[in-house]
Design a binder for this molecule. Structure first.
Ligand code: ZN
Length: 159
């Protein structure tokens, strides 16, 4: 799911707003942490070994769009909104370049990036698709904690 990735890395962007490079690097690295956490994706539930299915892609797009709307609402009018967006982008970019054509197939195949793709998919635990509590519970916690962090009031030095 894109929502936990986007929200958590937006929160990282806020938390490290004074160190932009560190924020971007941490958000990118945190993608791997979340992927290594047990979770279920639309790919696990509706995907097929033969390639993308319509339902899988549709749900992935709805997930992504809803996450963007939610982030927009959470960061609107905040002083650090740009860093939150940079964080969110850094935290999701790997899933985007990995899948979306025309970059996706190239990213997966080219030697310079194929290792990153293998690493990215190698760390994801296999959660059986009927383990919904495990598959979505971890993501619900990440979403809740990240939203709480983004909603926190600014301390004075953040303004
Ligand atoms: Zn990923």
């Amino acid at each position: 799911m894109a929502t936990p990735h986007l929200l958590a890395s937006a929160a990282i962007g806020r938390g490290l707003q004074r160190r932009p490079l560190l924020a971007v690097a941490t958000a990118f690295a945190f993608h791997f942490v979340l992927d290594a956490t047990p979770h279920l994706d639309s790919n696990d539930l509706f995907g097929s070994p033969a390639g993308f299915t319509g339902l899988e892609v549709g749900i992935a797009i709805v997930d992504f769009v809803l996450a963007c709307v939610l982030i927009g609402l959470l960061i609107r009018g905040r002083a650090w909104w740009k860093m939150a967006l940079w964080g969110a982008f850094s935290g999701i970019v790997l899933d985007l370049v990995d899948t979306i054509p025309p970059v996706g197939p190239w990213f997966v195949a080219w030697r310079g990036t194929a290792w990153l793709n293998r690493l990215h998919h190698g760390i994801q635990p296999d959660v059986p698709s009927d383990q919904l509590l495990l598959g979505f519970g971890t993501q619900a916690v990440v979403i809740a904690v990240s939203a709480w962090f983004l909603l926190r009031r600014d301390r004075d030095q953040e303004k």
